[in-house]
Design a protein around this ligand. Structure first.
Ligand code: HEC
Length: 594
C-alpha cells in the first residue's frame, strides 16, 4: 500500500530495491549536471561567455562532481552492499533526502554567488550528513566479522571524515591569515588529498573486494599491508607541504611516500587482478573494472615521478596536469570502478543504449586525458600549444553529456528481471516512481527558496580584487616597469592596426587558453584594462621574461598568489611582444568605447 504520511510518501520506495534505484538515478543525474558544467567551462576557452563567472561554474562543477556523483555512488555502494535487512535500509532514507537537498542547494547557489553564505551553508549540511552516514556505516561494520573488504571500507570512511577537518579550518584560517596564505592553500589541499587518495581510492577498492567476498572468494590482504596503505595515504600529503616549504627534507619524505604507495598499490592490485581472471565480471563490467585498475596503476606511476623534486615542483604549476590527475582518479578509478561493481551486482542493466553510453564515456575520458597530459607536457617543454587545442578539448568533452544522456536513458526503465519480480509491491512502486522523484525535487526546491530569500541571496566576494597583501616579505621597491630587457617602449598616439593584428594572431594561438579579452578571470586575469593597470614595459617584460618576473617582481608575485597557477614561458620574441602590446591597447580602446 502507498502510505499517506507526507514524509514517507515522498520517499515511498518502501522496497530496498526501489530506494536503491532512485539513489543511483540521482547520482547519475548529478553526474550529468557536473559534466554539463565541465563542458561550459571548456567552452569559456573557445567562445566568450557573458554573465557567468568562470570560477563560480568551476566551484559548482567540482562540488557536484565530487559530492553529488562520486560521494553518492560510493556511499550508496557501501549502504546497499553492506546492509542486508530491509528494516535497516529505512534508516538511511532521511540521510539520503538531506544529502540530495544539500546538493540541490549547492547546485543553485554556487553558479551565482561562488563561495557565499548560501552555498557554504549547504556544503556544511552535506558534511554534517556525511558524519551521519559514517557513524551508521562504521557501527554496522563493527558489528560484523572483519574482512579485507570491510576493513578497507572502514579506512575509506575514516579518511573521508579526516578530509573534512580541512574544511572546518578553512573559515578560521581565511579569517586570521587570509586567503593568500600558504596555510589556506594547504587546508584546501588537505581536503582534496584525503578525499582523492583516501576516501575515493580506498572506497572503490573496498567495494570491489566486497563484491568478490560475497561471491565466496578469499582475499589475502594482511593487516600490515593495510597499515602501509594507510601510511602512504597520510604521507603523500607531503607534496602539498613541499609547495609551501620547498626544503629538501620534505621532498625526500614525499619521494619516500610515493614509493611506499606504489608498493601498497602493487599488493592490492595484484590480488584484484588475479580475481578478475576468475571471470566474475563480464561484458562492460569487466571492461570498466580493468579501466579502473589501469587508472590506479597510472595514478601510482604518475605520483611515482614525484620522487624527482624538479617534477614535484612543476606538477602543481601546470594546470593541465592537475586537472588530468583529478580526472584520472575521479573519472578513471572511481567512476569506472563503482560502475563496474554496480553492473556486476545488477544495479545497472546492460542495455544497448547503456552500452553506447559507456563507449562514449570511455572515449571522452581517454581522449581528454591524452589531450590534457600532452598539452601539459608541451607547456613544460615550452613548446606552446597544440593546434586548436582548446577546440579539440571542447569537442572531446561534448562526449560526456551525450554519454550520460544515454546512460540516464538506460537507467530510466530499470528492469527488475534479476530481482524478486514476484513481489507485487515492487511493481506498484515502480509505477508511482516518477511522481516521487518529482516531489522530492519540488520539495527541496521549496526549502531552497526559503533559505535563499531569508539570506537575501548573499553577495559573494567573487570578483578578484587584486589583494596586494603587504606581508612582511622583503620590502623591495617595486619597479613599475618590471624586470627584463624592456626599459622604455615607444608607443604611438593611435593604434598601429598591422602591428595589433600580428599581436592578435599570437594571442589567439598562445594566450586565450588562459586569458579572456574581457575583464573576467579565466586562469589568468582578463586582458581588459591591463594597459592602464600596468606600464607598457612591465607588460612586455611579463610576456618575454615571465619566470624571472614571477620570482622577483612584486606585482607579478601578487598575481601568482592570487591565481595559484604559473603563467608558462612560451618563448615570445621582442617583436611579437610588441605586437601583443599593441593588440592589448587596441582591445582596451575598443572595450572603453563600448
Ligand atoms: C597556462 C595559462 C597561461 C597562458 C597560456 C598565458 N598566461 Fe598570461 N597569465 C597567466 C596567469 C596565471 C597569470 C597571473 C600570474 C601568474 O599566476 O603566473 C598571467 C598573467 C599575465 C599578465 C599580467 C596580467 C595583469 O593583469 O597584470 C599578462 C600581461 C599576461 N599574462 C600575458 C599573457 C600573454 C600575452 C600570453 C600569450 C602569449 C599569456 N599570458 C599566456 C596564465 C597564462
Amino acid at each position: 500500500m502507498i502510505t499517506q504520511n507526507p514524509i514517507s510518501s515522498i520517499f515511498s520506495f518502501t522496497s530496498g530495491i526501489q530506494f536503491r534505484q532512485n539513489w543511483i538515478r540521482w547520482a547519475f543525474g548529478f553526474f550529468f549536471l557536473a559534466v554539463c558544467m565541465g563542458l561550459v567551462m571548456r567552452s569559456f576557452h573557445v567562445i566568450e561567455i557573458p554573465y557567468f563567472e568562470y570560477r563560480n561554474i568551476l566551484h559548482t562543477h567540482s562540488h557536484i562532481a565530487l559530492l553529488g556523483w562520486g560521494y553518492l555512488m560510493l556511499i550508496g555502494g557501501m549502504v546497499f552492499g553492506l546492509v542486508k535487512e530491509k528494516d535497516q535500509i529505512k534508516d538511511y532514507k532521511l540521510l539520503f533526502l538531506g544529502t540530495v537537498i544539500a546538493l540541490l542547494g549547492m547546485l543553485f547557489s554556487f553558479p551565482f554567488q561562488g563561495y557565499g553564505a548560501v552555498s557554504i551553508s549547504f556544503s556544511t549540511l552535506h558534511v554534517l550528513l556525511s558524519y551521519g552516514f559514517a557513524y551508521k556505516l562504521l557501527n554496522l561494520i563493527r558489528s560484523r566479522e572483519k574482512t579485507p573488504a570491510t576493513r578497507l571500507i572502514r579506512l575509506a570512511i575514516w579518511f573521508m571524515v579526516v578530509s573534512t577537518f580541512g574544511l572546518w579550518s578553512l573559515g578560521p584560517v581565511s579569517a586570521t591569515l587570509g586567503r593568500m596564505h600558504e596555510l589556506y592553500f594547504m587546508t584546501i589541499q588537505w581536503f582534496l588529498h584525503f578525499q582523492l587518495n583516501g576516501w575515493f581510492v580506498l572506497g572503490v577498492l573496498g567495494l570491489i573486494l566486497l563484491y568478490f567476498e560475497e561471491k565466496g572468494f578469499q582475499i589475502n590482504l594482511p593487516s600490515y599491508q593495510e597499515w602501509i596503505l594507510s601510511i602512504s595515504v597520510v604521507m603523500t600529503f607531503m607534496l602539498a607541504v613541499t609547495w609551501a616549504e620547498p626544503q629538501p627534507i620534505f621532498f625526500q619524505l614525499n619521494g619516500l611516500a610515493v614509493i611506499i604507495q606504489m608498493l601498497a598499490y602493487f599488493w592490492i592490485l595484484k590480488s584484484i587482478f588475479s580475481l578478475v581472471k576468475t571471470d566474475q565480471f563480464s561484458g562492460f563490467g569487466r571492461l570498466l573494472l580493468l579501466l579502473a585498475l589501469a587508472s590506479l596503476v597510472a595514478k601510482a606511476m604518475l605520483q611515482g615521478l614525484l620522487v624527482f623534486p624538479s617534477i614535484a615542483v612543476i606538477s602543481y604549476s601546470i594546470r593541465m596536469y592537475v586537472i588530468g590527475f583529478l580526472h584520472l582518479v575521479l573519472l578513471g578509478a572511481m567512476t569506472m570502478g563503482v560502475s563496474a561493481v554496480a553492473i556486476a551486482r545488477g544495479w545497472i542493466n546492460e542495455k544497448p543504449i547503456s552500452k553506447l553510453g559507456w563507449i562514449l564515456l570511455i572515449s571522452g575520458f581517454v581522449i581528454t586525458e591524452i589531450l590534457l597530459f600532452l598539452q601539459g607536457t608541451l607547456i613544460w617543454l615550452q613548446m606552446g600549444f597544440l593546434p586548436e587545442y582548446n577546440f579539440w578539448l571542447f569537442l572531446a568533452s561534448c562526449l560526456f553529456p551525450i554519454s550520460l544522456a544515454f546512460l540516464l536513458a538506460g537507467l530510466r526503465s530499470y528492469e527488475f528481471s534479476n530481482q524478486s519480480i514476484t513481489n507485487p509491491k515492487i511493481q506498484l512502486q515502480k509505477r508511482i516512481k516518477p511522481e516521487t522523484m518529482k516531489k522530492t525535487l519540488i520539495m527541496s526546491m521549496g526549502i531552497l527558496g526559503i533559505l535563499l530569500t531569508s539570506c537575501g541571496g548573499g553577495s559573494g566576494e567573487g570578483e578578484s580584487t587584486t589583494t596586494t597583501d603587504t606581508s612582511p616579505q622583503e620590502e623591495v621597491q617595486a619597479d613599475p616597469k618590471g624586470i627584463g630587457e624592456f626599459k622604455s617602449v615607444e608607443i604611438g598616439e593611435g593604434i598601429d592596426p598591422e602591428l595589433a593584428a600580428s599581436g592578435q594572431a599570437i594571442v589567439d594561438m598562445k594566450c586565450t587558453a588562459c586569458h579572456q579579452l574581457n575583464d573576467k578571470r579565466l586562469v589568468g586575469p582578463g586582458f581588459q584594462g591591463v594597459t592602464s593597470r600596468r606600464e607598457p614595459e612591465w607588460i612586455m617584460n611579463m610576456i618575454t621574461n615571465v619566470d624571472v618576473m614571477l620570482d622577483k617582481d612584486p606585482q607579478a608575485q601578487a598575481l601568482l598568489e592570487e591565481c595559484l597557477t604559473r603563467m608558462p614561458n612560451q618563448n615570445i620574441t621582442a617583436v611579437d611582444a610588441r605586437g601583443i602590446l599593441e593588440f592589448m591597447r587596441q582591445n582596451d580602446l575598443e572595450k572603453a568605447s563600448k
